[in-house]
Design a protein. Structure first.
Lengths: 117, 112
């Protein structure tokens, strides 16, 4: 098992452009999470999937953000009409969990660093 | 709402020094508590956890005890190494148990 992988690792884009990030979770992990981390802050929850269903979205996830997990495996996070405030590290995590418990370990990818210029 | 407060860094220590990174939390009930570590250029990794009051989580020489009386989960290590240089995050689940709430992180720098 190679862990959670994210692609790309870095992305520089011009304001107003759309960007898409990909996350491949650990195989057979049913939960997948997206977080955003800005400089000097801890990760902030954006959204999570249980299999292919998106079950929760944070208030941080504006209408310009959309996430999918079409077959319950990899996930994509798209940001439309990027703004400079979107510059951050976008982290993906996965876990094998049952019920609503977060007692099981979440495994994180290395993140995608987005810079909007 | 639920939250986590960590001591601000950076924390700068010499090798073999004693480490404490304070973490206090506000939560409904008694959630599990976690410490994650982020080494330079790597993703967050679970360092240790405690699932109920008075539990002690431990790993790689690090320890933290779940103290409900003081709502704290301080991270300690008796003798730090240069390789412990990283950012440390305290975390707990949100009320729904669906995601983690992280502190702002504490940067530890250990010199030889």
């Amino acid at each position: 098992d190679t862990g959670v992988s994210q692609d790309p690792r870095h992305k520089i884009t011009k304001r107003g452009q759309n960007v898409t990030f990909r996350c491949d979770p650990i195989s057979e992990h049913n939960r997948l999470y997206w977080y955003r981390q800005t400089l000097g802050q801890g990760p902030e929850f954006l959204t999570y999937f249980q299999n292919e269903a998106q079950l929760e979205k944070s208030r941080l996830l504006s209408d310009r953000f959309s996430a999918e997990r079409p077959k319950g495996s990899f996930s994509t996070l798209e940001i439309q009409r990027t703004e400079q405030g979107d510059s951050a590290m976008y982290l993906c995590a996965s876990s094998r969990a049952t019920g609503s418990s977060m007692n099981t370990e979440a495994f994180f990818g290395q993140g995608t660093r987005l810079t909007v210029v | 709402g639920d939250s986590v407060t960590q001591m601000e860094g950076p924390v700068t220590l010499s090798e073999e020094a004693f480490l404490t990174i304070n973490c206090t939390y506000t939560a409904t009930g008694y959630p599990s508590l976690f410490w994650y570590v982020q080494y330079p250029g790597e993703g967050l990794q679970l360092l240790l956890k405690a699932t109920k009051a008075d539990d002690k989580g431990s790993n790689k020489g690090f320890e933290a005890t779940y103290r409900k009386e003081t709502t704290s989960f301080h991270l300690e290590k008796g003798s730090v190494q240069v390789s412990d240089s990283a950012v440390y995050f305290c975390a707990l689940p949100n009320q729904a148990g669906t995601a983690l709430i992280f502190g702002k992180g504490t940067t530890l720098s250990v010199s030889s």
